[in-house]
Design a protein around this ligand. Sequence first.
Ligand code: AMP
Ligand code: MG
Length: 407
Amino acid sequence: MIPLEVARTRVLAGCTPLAPRPVAVAEAAGLVLAADVVAGELIPPFDNTAVDGFAVRSVDVTGAGPSTPVVLDVVGTVAAGAVADRAVGAGQAIRIMTGAPIPPGADAVVMVEDTTALDGGDRVAVGAAVGAGSAIRPAGDDVRPGTVVFRAGEELSAAHLGVLRSLGLVEVVVHPRPRVGVLSTGDELVEGPVALRPGQIRDSNRATLLALVAAAGCVPVDLGLQPDVEATIAAAFEDGARHCDALLSSGGVSMGDFDYVKRVLDRVGEMNWMQIAIKPAKPLAFGHVHGVPCFGLPGNPVSSMVSFELFARPGLRRLGGHPDDRLARPPVRAVAPEGLRRTPDGKTHFQRVVADYDHARAAYVVRTAGGQGSHHLAAMAAANALAVVPDGDGVAAGGSVDVLLLR
Ligand code: AMP
Ligand code: MG
């Protein structure tokens, strides 16, 4: 058995970020920049008002207060999207709406709440003094031309897309979303609402893995359910390698007699067969089929999910250009009031737990999510985290443990 980190290092060494290409900003959420973005424009593009109110000369309203209002002539109105057709002179004000450009002559805005309209709006009583620059958002206050706003390696969030759009950009150079093919293997598997014959079970892994692929920010590609027949398994892998950036299969990588996946992958690919000191998900095959990274995940439903989390997800994120320190989920420390028991076996256990944030303790608290067998998929569904329980007797009641928060 090899340590988890050794296996993960092998996987990551075999996953190279996909070649950068331009992608529409609208499609780029979650993708990783492959080049710096340099601002070519000011944000905001002009001095504008942060409030609805009156653009004034601050010297005119010095000393204004609730009981000592200053009365100004209202000489115009400027809405967002318009520009004032005249300047603000001494003793004058222009009515202005949030986002509208500051008229020439004005150097401050009094918010409408501090004013009272007089003479049907021809004049205004200002009940508050404002300093120069008050309620004005200067041009370039957020971003100035020539500034590197985002660096290569940054993941594009919703706010990033807004900034790109603010700069007038419609495309960005990113690592594209990896296309990831998923296949299930096994003669015992069936799909759909058919009645099960003796010995048959339903294919659950493909639905699970396709959803995990999508949640990891990749494009899931369904490569179907393959019976334990060498020729069709080989065709599925080779076909997948032609139009996918990575391949995931489940089943057929353990020590069984009918593990055709192993035979096929050794023929069409270059694979590394690993036994990893973890439970569940001890066996993992990783390598390449015609240059495309290929993960042979274990067949047991919980094992395939844990293996995806620990190895495939970091590898796929690497293909998507995520930086090295963002590939695996960072553990958080949690308290286990009831403990998490186990027996020593030389492996790190990834126990399925429910983690809740306890405001009184200001810490996450975990409890078991149920059965810890690698077939206990319902307990996996009940879990929202994996507790990383080191080799030994487990975590005593009230002890602490690292957890990976899955959602
Ligand atoms: P294998 O690694 O092929 O020996 O499979 C290990 C266990 O996982 C067996 O109990 C299989 O029936 C089960 N298994 C394999 N593939 C799937 C699948 N796609 N969906 C549900 N269970 C599976
Ligand atoms: Mg099988």
